[in-house]
Design a binder for this molecule. Structure first.
Ligand code: PRX
Length: 657
């Protein structure tokens, strides 16, 4: 187990509960009986959930787990994912319903109905086909939150191509690694993106990434910033093509082909414990079933009535599952906002909620804590009475932020769903059910109906109520990852070897049961940090640091941070020849990490030290470095090879060296 931070200790003493109101319970999509129904016959339960979708051919078997840990769900079934997210809503008479209220950062807007979305996706599907993209090919997408991002993802799904979305904040180096790993044939990006009122280049970064790339045949460029961007958009004739020229010229008719339930839908890269990101593979039928089911049940979504807003970016799994696939499969009307929460002012989210009468709002604890910092008087200026469900995802939410969220944003009455899941799980796994669960600030509480999770000790034995240990998933679920792209061994090793005897999926999170048996998540137990809900591996940042010529050795830890959950703190030993050991060196190293990985990985703090604490076998003792980073008394040093190292580090830091 990792040591608990003071914030988590505080979290574990929280004991308030908030039962649902009768009024909410009466109208809720979720019913308490669901747990028992699912337990009685899990496969039957999931078969019923799969009937939310429209299948071209019904499956013959719900689950084939004979080749575990490689699952097959809804075996023999065929469907088209994009048809399920778009066309069928038009066919059922809802073509005029707004699918997306899009809001650009500078204030421009677009409302897109399902009928329009169908045309756009069909044209984009035809466009990709015209470029030679066929089922099974990989299309990399690096785009900000513009409608074309969603259209591009659905167009891929429609023709059976896999998308690999790369977060816009990732560096050219990071993009290139992902393009190469998946052998992407096409890249979709934009000329530039608006960030805090300014236009910043995107295409130039993509060009830098693709220099010498072997697999990329075409780059499609969405015109977003146009003349606002300084300088020319770099262009490679024969390879680059404007989205509007290519897509607008296509017919709006496209017949969706039905693909196997296990046909790959997308790859999404995430950080693991080594420096190399993993391409998490998701497939079609099971994934869409679980994202649709959870979006319906956890958010209590009512098509045609609710206005939903998930503030994630499509570069992360939350954007895939809860902006694109789950909500659209459920005929959502949703807000998609391009910009940052404080552009042009700190009330932007509340202004949007007021204007569009948003009723379901799903965001991350780091943002909630930022809103708290900005002050309750800001949301108080807006009418937020349309809100009826609030969601949280990405990291443990501290009770203080939970209560603030409920009181200040939810008028003291909206249910809060604290949803635990991962890129790998594809969809929500542990969460309260609004209208059913008496919620507890800080606890994700209970595995959803149809899902099974346990907290176990080192031996894989379930801990009793009140006990802590590792979170595992002990039964396969429909939206589970189907592997790590191109690396079956890494898939087995990372997720299935820790509790191989029991056949449990090891999530990498520490957790605890309270006296009622509810689950509390305690953060990662491996070398993965969680910064503003973004997963970053310590090794990844260490590799970036040591790739700089002045760095001899580096160790990175995630230190508790009041706003971002964790902050990246690096300890570096500079090479003897590095003359500048001061602020400039540190600043340069921070920028170097941003260039290698992306600005999200920039260390909050870099400390230049003479030595690193190591065990006799040479393993860095991060626990001790965390003590330093969090200004705590330094823990047990007896297993250090040289116990005086910590004194050396502390005295160096105290003397400001
Ligand atoms: O540590 C858990 C944390 O985020 C990790 C998964 O990160 P990622 O794959 O990027 O997906 C984030 C969005 C689903 C988990 O291993 N995490 C996510 N949600 C919660 C959480 N920790 C505590 N409570 C949550 N609700």
């Amino acid at each position: 187990m990792t040591e608990q931070s003071p914030a988590l200790d505080n979290l574990l003493t929280e004991s308030r509960t908030f039962p649902p109101s009768e009024q909410f319970a009466g109208q809720a999509n979720a019913k308490a009986e669901l747990y028992a129904t699912a337990d009685a016959d899990r496969e039957q339960f999931w078969a019923e959930q799969a009937r939310r979708l429209t299948w071209d051919t019904e499956w013959t078997q719900v689950l084939d787990w004979t080749n575990a840990p490689f699952a097959k769900w809804f075996v023999g079934g065929k469907l088209n994912v994009a048809y399920n997210c778009v066309d069928r809503h038009v066919e059922s008479g809802h073509g005029q319903q707004v699918a997306i209220h899009w809001i650009g950062e500078p204030g421009d807007t677009r409302d897109i109905t399902y009928a329009q979305l169908k045309d756009e996706v069909s044209k984009a599907a035809n466009a990709l086909t015209s470029l030679g993209v066929v089922a099974g090919d990989v299309v990399a997408i690096q785009l900000q939150m513009v409608p074309e991002a969603i259209v591009a993802m659905l167009a891929c799904a429609r023709i059976g191509a896999l998308h690999s979305v790369v977060f816009g904040g990732f560096s050219p180096t990071a993009l290139r690694a992902r393009v190469d790993d998946a052998a992407a044939k096409v890249v979709i990006t934009s000329d530039g993106q608006y960030r805090r009122g300014k236009a910043a280049p995107m295409k130039a970064n993509v060009d830098e990434a693709l220099e010498g790339a072997q697999t990329v045949e075409k780059v499609i460029v969405v015109a977003r910033t146009g003349d606002d961007l300084e300088g020319e958009v770099p262009w490679t004739d024969g390879r680059d093509v404007w989205w509007h020229e290519l897509v607008e010229a296509q017919p709006a008719e496209h017949t969706p082909e039905a693909f196997d339930s296990e046909h790959p839908l997308f790859i999404l890269y995430t950080s693991g414990t080594t420096g190399r990101p993993k391409g998490i593979l998701h497939t079609s039928g099971g994934y869409l079933t679980q994202v649709a089911y959870t979006h319906h049940t956890v958010f209590d979504h009512k098509p045609g009535e609710d206005v939903y807003w998930c503030t994630a970016d499509i570069g992360w799994i939350t954007g895939h599952s809860y902006i694109v696939y789950g909500p659209l499969a459920n005929r959502v009307t949703q807000v998609v906002y391009e910009g940052t929460p404080n552009t042009p002012h700190e009330g932007r989210h509340w202004e949007i909620i007021q204007q569009h009468k948003v009723s379901i709002y799903y965001t991350a604890p780091t943002l909630i804590r930022t809103f708290m910092k900005w002050g309750a008087d800001i949301p108080a200026r807006y009418d937020l009475s349309s809100l009826r469900v609030l969601g949280s995802v990405g990291e443990p939410i501290n009770p203080e932020a939970w209560i603030w969220y409920r009181d200040t944003i939810g008028a003291g009455k909206t249910p809060i769903v604290d949803t635990w899941w991962q890129t790998e799980t594809g969809a929500i796994m542990i969460s309260p059910l609004p209208g059913v669960t008496a919620t507890k600030p800080g606890s994700a509480q209970r595995a959803l109906p149809g899902i099974s999770a346990k907290v176990v000790d080192d031996q894989g034995v379930e801990v009793p109520a009140g006990g802590g240990g590792y979170l595992v998933l002990d039964k396969p679920w429909p939206s589970m990852l189907r592997g790590v792209w191109g690396d079956d061994e890494r898939y087995r090793e990372t997720y299935w070897s820790r509790f191989a005897d029991q056949g449990f999926y090891f999530a990498g999170d520490g957790a605890k049961y309270d006296a009622d048996g509810d689950v509390w998540l305690l953060g990662r137990v491996d070398d993965v940090m969680n910064v503003s809900g973004h997963r970053i591996s310590t090794t990844e940042v260490e590799s970036a640091l040591v790739s700089h010529p002045t760095v001899a050795e580096a160790a990175v830890v995630g230190a508790t941070d009041p706003t971002t959950g964790q902050g990246i703190v690096a300890f570096v030993i500079l090479r003897g020849s590095a003359t500048d050991q001061g602020d400039n060196a540190v600043q340069e190293l921070r920028n170097h990490v941003a260039k290698e990985i992306g600005p999200i990985a920039k260390p909050r703090q870099i400390m230049v030290v003479p030595e690193l604490p190591k065990t006799r076998s040479g393993k860095i003792m991060r626990r001790l470095l965390r003590d330093v980073a969090e200004n705590r008394a330094i823990g047990d040093v007896t297993t250090l090879a040289d116990s005086s190292v910590m004194d050396l580090i502390s005295s160096g830091l105290n003397s400001g060296k």
